[in-house]
Ligand binder design. Sequence first.
Ligand SMILES: Cc1cc2nc3c(=O)[nH]c(=O)nc-3n(C[C@H](O)[C@H](O)[C@H](O)COP(=O)(O)OP(=O)(O)OC[C@H]3O[C@@H](n4cnc5c(N)ncnc54)[C@H](O)[C@@H]3O)c2cc1C
Ligand code: SF4
Ligand code: SF4
Length: 419
Amino acid sequence: MSADPITKIVACNLCTGCGACAGAFPELIRMVDDPMNGRRPVVAATAEGRAAARDAVALCAGSASDWTTLDRADKIDDDWGPVLATWEGWATDDEIRHRGSSGGAVTALAAFALESGVAKGVAHIAARVDDPRLNEAVISRDRAALMRGAGSRYAQASPAETLGRIARSDEAVAFIGKPCDVASAHKAMRADSGLTDKIPLTIAIFCAGAPNLNATNNLLDRLGVPKGGKVVDLRYRGEGWPGLMQAEWVDDDGNRHTSDGIPYAEGWGRILQVERRWRCRVCADHTGAFADISVGDPWHNPPEGNTDAGRSLIVARTLRGRAFVEAAIAAGVLVTEARGRAVIAAAQPNLKATHGAVWGRRVAMRAVGLRAPRDRGLALFGMWRGLSLREKLQSFAGTWKRVIRERLWRRVVISGAAR
Ligand SMILES: Cc1cc2nc3c(=O)[nH]c(=O)nc-3n(C[C@H](O)[C@H](O)[C@H](O)COP(=O)(O)OP(=O)(O)OC[C@H]3O[C@@H](n4cnc5c(N)ncnc54)[C@H](O)[C@@H]3O)c2cc1C
Ligand code: SF4
Ligand code: SF4
């Protein structure tokens, strides 16, 4: 029997691990943390499971998204998705600013959504208490619960698993996720107007790629956490900008230890980014085009040390997103300075080059018979044309090398899935 459409999306490396399919059908589709392939859905091998998978495809932005639904007016919008207004700023609340990944803007905006009554809950991810190497999708209703999510987790996470819960409840819930998570939330909202009414705000964090569990284990090795040690805390960012990567663990005698902290540049550059999934390398939206608001690092104005006071780059993408940021500024929740819309390119030169390479990578995939994601209405070819000749050739040659090295023609089978 041929595989159901969700299992095929996983098998062909199109799944981003957002969790929307599993959240909609929790009895029939479950997310599994596969150390190599990432957090991916496994569909029950029954007629009901296959039927659920067929319905779930309508929520899946991993295989296809539709940019024609986005309001875009000029080249900046074409390159980055709608950019209505941009600010550099940080949370006024010192604890949120300190614990946040960059300037704590996301957590501050989420707390303001609760305080102002815009939302009764906020869907986001947090480290699992029983195993902080892994993440869980939660809906928080107060500041203390939101603080569990402050600081980026450079690991697999599936916040869109909450969409099913949101759809089944009567509460208004704001949604936070990576660009691919928000793209699936946006797709689910377009498919279900009832869900649109329940999600008053979406916030995306910028994202260059989500490493797998093997990468987290490699990081723990580098931090000197012994194999038998029970990890009780693991921080990738935060407690200053960009923050140190650091773990705490408990030994067999119950003694608690804190590892050395390593700089973000070393942890990301030498350990984590190597294990980004192939889907991330053909991702055409690293900055959250489908969100109301997106937030990243203002790398054009980098910190001098490892634990400086943080700053966030805040991008309003919709009218309601802009109105919400302006209300948060007026309420004294954020300290901000307005920036020109071109700041997004200045802050993320690596992501601009990546967007350009994606067209070549996808064409190279299709040329050897592999499926690639489809983003309707996104002019990737124009971005690719802006690359140097060397970069253009590299987008093809590099892809074919990876196809061979990573054997990308093989079906991805998730450990723990029935074969
Ligand atoms: C894997 C990854 C790659 C990133 N790559 C870039 C990049 O290339 N350029 C850049 O400018 N910024 C990148 N970021 C974003 C950046 O680290 C900050 O998240 C962003 O600046 C917001 O900071 P903040 O202090 O406002 O957010 P905070 O107040 O710290 O809040 C962060 C929010 O993000 C959520 N979150 C954390 N990790 C994840 C995750 N894995 N999946 C879904 N939601 C999550 C938390 O639940 C929390 O709500 C990346 C983040 C991640 C997780
Ligand atoms: S991208 Fe999301 S919705 Fe699509 S298969 Fe993966 S987890 Fe499911
Ligand atoms: S790079 Fe794209 S696909 Fe990968 S985790 Fe980030 S937003 Fe999702």
